[in-house]
Design a protein around this ligand. Structure first.
Ligand SMILES: O[C@@H]1[C@@H](O)[C@H](O[C@@H]2CO[C@@H](O[C@@H]3CO[C@@H](O[C@@H]4CO[C@@H](O)[C@H](O)[C@H]4O)[C@H](O)[C@H]3O)[C@H](O)[C@H]2O)OC[C@H]1O
Length: 428
């Protein structure tokens, strides 16, 4: 009786939920959770948070149960000069997520891009760069300990053909930089799930195989990796099919990791045509369908939710309209509803406070070489302490003792194992 009266009062005040009759409003996150996922989420960035209409939509947990930090946890923001750490912007987003009761995906610790010059052109030797990388990871992960439920530990370590991308970490440390980064993050926050994150690995092919080999090499090294993030920056009409995405996700799950769609957007030539928007709706539904079909796919993040703040137009000239909300923060009904319905029907206890959006035509118109499992390193990573290998046919810098992830624990005839530090030893 009291509960009923209370509910009536709340309803009169426009409040849908009560302690007695808790109802989750319908939305992208509500549907994802009803489908067994942990979240549906969105990327965001600090400069957008002065836009109160944007913040209101971002904070709506019916649509977004998770926030990913778009820029302000990258190395150039966090440690712009050596040993100077700046957490102000990252803290703002972490606090907002906590206030809203949203999960926080933290992005990203080790990436060749948005990396300050003092790291990329510092000319550090192997031992020093390992120390710098470990110090960066330890400091940042410790600062956010208990707040980040996922960390993108290493971002984009691969070329399109599945070989390791050359960058300062690879060139100086060798492929061991990846497992070292994961081991360091795990030590700093054992409770966070640790992800490898990349693009163009969303269907079978050399780069996907390369990413699978990274998972294997991290595990063989004895470090923890919990998941792989599929950025999924797609193009309308040429996204991988649902079945291609599903089987690819399952290939990763078979390695003992969970998977997540981490930066989904589907761009088109602007202004978007009506037919492009119709195709885009189908393309979004394909990716949702793939994640839904894979029980270990824990969730989907769109890379911001509104075209107003999408990164696409500034990166891909003439492209955009990639997200389910338009530049006026209005939901694109066809696209939004396609995502909503791809998750399945609204939960039976779902409130009708927010749900499918009426479709209007105006909303649409407005707008191998496989990675070797660590058997060699680039010559530029060669320690100078010893000279050349004994034979041109021998794997000159084959890993040996100290690093167990290759299984190559003995050196071939004519070479001996030389240890350079705790992480790095080779047959020379
Ligand atoms: O404010 C923006 C941030 O939003 C932006 O975030 C990064 C965007 O995505 C991730 O890195 C990019 C992934 O896509 C690559 O281009 C691909 C090239 O191949 C195509 O087939 C594919 O469709 C494209 O997506 C870019 O080259 C990468 O940079 C990264 O994980 C996010 O952090 O960062 C820049 C800020 O200004």
């Amino acid at each position: 009786m009291i509960a009923t009266a209370f509910t009536v009062l709340l309803a009169a005040a426009g409040i849908a939920a009560s302690p007695f009759h808790r109802r989750a409003a319908d939305g992208l996150n509500t549907r994802a959770v009803a489908a067994g996922k942990e979240y549906f989420g969105t990327g965001t960035d600090n400069h957008e948070l002065t836009d109160m209409a944007y913040v209101t939509a971002l904070s709506n947990t019916a649509d977004f149960g998770q926030i990913t930090v778009g820029n302000s946890m990258k190395w150039d923001t966090i440690e712009p000069s050596r040993g100077t750490f700046s957490y102000t912007n990252g803290d703002v987003i972490a606090s907002l997520a906590a206030k809203n009761g949203q999960k926080l995906r933290c992005h990203t610790l080790v990436w060749y891009n948005q990396l300050p010059n003092w790291v990329s052109n510092g000319g550090f030797d192997n031992v020093t760069l390992i120390s710098i990388m470990k110090n960066h990871i330890t400091n940042e992960v410790t600062h956010y300990k208990g707040k980040c439920f996922h960390w993108d530990v290493v971002n984009e370590a691969l070329n399109e053909d599945g070989t390791y991308r050359t960058n300062v970490f690879y060139n100086t440390i060798g492929p061991a930089y990846i497992p070292i980064a994961f081991a360091t993050a795990a030590a700093a926050d054992p409770g966070a799930k640790l992800y490898y994150n990349d693009y163009n690995i969303e269907s079978a092919g050399a780069k996907s195989t390369g990413a699978q080999n990274i998972v294997k090499s991290i595990k063989a090294y004895g470090a923890k990796i919990d998941g792989v993030g599929f950025q999924s920056h797609f193009i309308v009409g040429s996204t991988p099919s649902q079945s291609a995405q599903t089987s690819n996700l399952n290939a990763f799950v078979a390695l003992g990791v969970e998977v997540a769609i981490t930066e989904l957007d589907i761009r088109t030539t602007t202004p978007a045509t009506t037919s492009a928007v119709t195709q885009q709706a189908k393309d979004y539904a394909s990716t949702v369908g793939a994640c839904k079909a894979v029980s270990k796919c824990v969730g989907i993040t769109i890379w911001d939710f509104t075209d107003k703040y999408s990164w696409i137009p500034s990166t891909f000239s003439g492209q955009g309209a990639a997200l389910p909300w338009d530049e006026n923060l209005v939901k694109k009904a066809e696209v939004y509803n396609a995502i909503l319905n791809a998750w399945g029907t609204a939960p039976s206890n779902g409130s009708s406070a927010t749900s499918a959006v009426a479709v209007t035509t105006s909303s649409a118109a407005a707008a191998t070489s496989k990675v070797a499992v660590v058997t060699s390193v680039a010559s530029s990573a060669t320690p100078t302490a010893t000279s050349a290998a004994s034979s041109g046919t021998v794997a000159k810098y084959q890993q040996c003792g100290g690093l167990s992830y290759t299984g190559a624990t003995t050196c071939e005839s004519g070479s001996t194992c030389t240890k350079y530090n705790d992480y790095y030893s080779q047959c020379v």
